[in-house]
Ligand binder design. Structure first.
Ligand code: ZN
Length: 294
């Protein structure tokens, strides 16, 4: 008795399921709102990690790092929490997500390929709340997952190395890395490879806002940080923007993207831990004077 009505319903349910499955990429896209596409890259994501690891061990020797566990532990926990929601992380490759605090009063932060992130003491001191420093970290994580460092290296190699030569190198990490070295290029302090283009900056801003939103932070935090810097320390922002050039209308562009992320939520803006870290930094001896800038 139930059968006649039941069968078509089941069939309809099955068809509906099929239709939904077919549509799911579209639906996902609509839900995600933003589509993040990394640029052209000769390197594999695992090569990003290899190269970043090598460069980071150099950087750790060259820069004065803060070792205080309260400070470094805080930045690491926050950075890893944010990285959990960063887009474009394929299952097979695990980015390193390693965080260091540089004992420098310059307001700056940078990321090596593969997830080695450095934030200056000056950035922690300048940020007024946790969402703002989370914004700086999320922006750097944007550079990592969009693979801007090796993207730039790839573009330079494509221009400078003969195509036939490159064709034989695809996917071979030692050859690619040594070819990069032959061209006089490496990832490191003040490396040209870490000087991001304006379009890379815009993309890192967008990814940063995405990460903030999905980690439950006010996605305006990052733009607020830049805004505060511009207003409060006009002469000090120059340093930050030499690595991270202002793409222009930065704050407006980020604000335009935020509604696409989803409805406004009860966003987190600050934490007692962040304020305790700021007090800890205040209690520490001032940062050493920076070496002469190039
Ligand atoms: Zn940047």
């Amino acid at each position: 008795m139930r059968d006649p009505g039941f069968k078509p319903k089941r069939r309809f349910a099955g068809l509906l399921m099929l239709a939904l499955l077919a549509l799911s990429p579209v639906l996902l896209y609509a839900v995600e709102g933003l589509d993040f596409q990394p640029g052209f890259n000769l390197f594999s994501p695992s090569q990003d990690v290899e190269m970043g690891e090598k460069a980071s061990s150099e950087v750790n020797r060259q820069l004065p790092l803060i070792r205080n566990q309260q400070v470094v532990g805080y930045v690491t926990r926050l950075g890893k929490r944010l990285a959990e929601v960063a887009p474009n992380q394929s299952g097979s490759v695990k980015y390193a997500w390693t965080f260091n605090v540089v004992n420098s009063s310059e307001i700056n932060a940078f990321a090596m390929p593969g997830g080695f992130i450095y934030v200056n003491r000056g950035a922690l001191e300048a940020a007024q709340d946790e969402a703002q420093i989370a914004g700086v970290l999320a922006h750097e994580e944007g550079h990592v997952v969009m693979r801007h460092g090796t993207h730039m290296a790839s573009e330079i190699m494509l221009v400078q190395a003969p195509l036939s030569f490159l064709a034989g190198l695809l996917g071979q990490s030692t050859s690619l890395a040594s070819r990069l070295a032959e061209l006089g290029l490496s990832f490191g302090v003040n490396s040209v490879l870490l000087r991001n283009s304006r379009s890379a900056e815009s993309q890192a801003d967008e990814v940063g806002a995405y990460i903030l939103y999905h980690a439950g932070y006010n996605p305006h935090g990052m733009a607020q940080f830049f805004q505060i810097l511009q207003k409060k320390y006009p002469q000090r922002t120059i340093q930050f923007f030499s690595d991270h050039p202002n793409p222009g209308n930065r704050i407006q562009s980020v604000d335009d993207e935020i509604p696409k992320l989803g409805p406004r939520e009860n966003w987190k803006t600050d934490s007692p831990e962040f304020q305790a870290v700021k007090r800890k930094l205040e209690s520490m001896p001032p940062a050493p004077k920076p070496a002469a800038q190039k």
